[in-house]
Design a protein around this ligand. Structure first.
Ligand code: NAD
Ligand code: ZN
Length: 351
């Protein structure tokens, strides 16, 4: 089969690799029908994720049809169509039983978290994929959800919802600011709407992304490059004191700092971004404000609920896919996704 292989920093190739085989009795093999590319794949490619060995097939999102099942798999049959979660979870360890799926203790999560595909094991950007702990890591796709939408549920939608909206405790009538309007920030914009906030302010440096955010339910857009960006955001709140919830979806110090500057006393800061270096937080100004700051790795415990909402057409995710490619155009798909500034790519649908 062919797969998109990480060949060491800066090197990627769509090339022939061995077909995956059942290694554990709880595995299944799927023939991938659709997958996509995530910013994390670009981080691996840059060499920012040293635990990923050269030779690994990338990708942790996608949909496939089962071609083979391990001897202990009872509830999945050959021919079933499955949505793969970005988290590979045994469902039985102490962390899984607490709902902390992202920290599954089973062996496939060798380095302390459950992001296994395209990280410690071969991933989903391939013609076939071995899925460990299939019964507790996959979801059946309800009638009426096509692959183009389903691929958004492996990672970005649960991430925006769990780590942004739920951790940020968004509630009806709130003013919510979401900093970063990439696929993850826009997932937070789209799913914040489920809780009925009065205002959703999207904050980004890119005016095109701010315009996109309005399609997902943002009521306002503020370009954080403006010298008075903080004043502009505060002017959009009822009493000028700041937003109830500030969600960070970029992953750099200035944007997390901005989140702490625009939140009102008693509010919530929910960090989604993956940070590559320490962030200085002005505790001397913040400690009296009664705010909380949360962070975390997505558990995908809300994946099925979000999938049902998409199936019921209560969550419109049709705006995420901007480009479409076939598997043999995978390298082109990477070129387009990596140059989002010029191509205006959000999610690429590779099938
Ligand atoms: P992305 O790079 O596609 O989008 C980031 C957006 O931030 C872009 O629109 C960019 O214009 C904007 N931006 C950059 N600098 C800015 C600034 N100074 N002010 C305002 N906006 C700025 O990223 P993404 O794929 O949407 O992911 C967002 C973050 O979420 C990343 O850090 C990613 O690693 C992280 N993430 C976290 C989890 C988790 O479980 N916590 C899961 C998936 C992704
Ligand atoms: Zn587990």
């Amino acid at each position: 089969m062919k797969g998109l292989v990480y060949g060491g920093p800066g090197v990627r190739e769509w090339k022939e690799v061995p077909d995956p085989v059942i290694e554990q009795p709880t595995d299944v093999i799927v023939k991938m029908t659709a997958t996509t590319i995530c910013g994390s794949d670009l981080h691996v490619l840059k060499g920012d994720v040293p635990e990923t060995p050269a030779g690994t097939v990338l990708g942790h999102e996608g949909v496939g049809v089962v071609t083979e099942v391990g001897s202990e798999v009872e509830n999945i049959k050959v021919g079933d169509k499955l949505l793969l979660s970005c988290m590979t979870t045994c469902g039985r360890c102490a962390n899984c039983r607490k709902g902390l799926l992202s920290h599954c203790l089973a062996p496939e999560g060798a380095s302390g978290d459950a992001w296994a595909f395209g990280h410690y094991i071969n991933g989903t950007q391939a013609e076939y994929c071995r899925v460990p702990y299939a019964e507790t890591s996959c979801y059946r796709i309800p009638e009426g959800v096509d692959d183009r939408d389903a691929i958004l549920l492996s990672d970005i939608l649960p991430t925006g919802f769990e780590i942004g909206v739920q951790n940020g405790r968004v509630k009806p009538g709130d003013t919510v600011a979401i900093i970063g309007a990439g696929p993850v920030g826009l997932s937070a914009v789209a799913t914040a709407g489920l809780y009925g906030p009065a205002r959703i302010i999207s904050v980004d440096l890119d005016d095109n992304r701010l315009a996109e955010a309005k399609k997902f339910g943002a009521t306002d857009g503020v370009n954080s490059g403006a010298v008075d960006a903080i004043d502009q955001i505060k002017a959009l709140t009822n009493d000028g004191e700041g937003v109830d919830v500030a969600i960070e979806a970029v992953g750099i110090p200035p944007t997390l700092q901005l989140a702490t500057e625009i939140v009102r006393p008693g509010g919530h800061v929910a960090n989604i971004g993956v940070h590559g270096k320490p962030v200085e937080i002005a505790m001397e100004k913040l400690w009296t404000k009664n705010i909380d700051i949360t962070m975390g790795l997505v558990n995908t415990t809300t994946l099925e609920m979000l999938l049902n909402l998409v199936a019921a057409k209560k969550l419109d995710v049709s705006g995420f896919v901007t480009h479409e490619f076939s598997f043999d155009e995978f390298e082109k798909a990477y070129d387009v996704f990596a140059d989002a500034k010029n191509t205006k790519a959000l999610k690429v649908y590779v099938h």
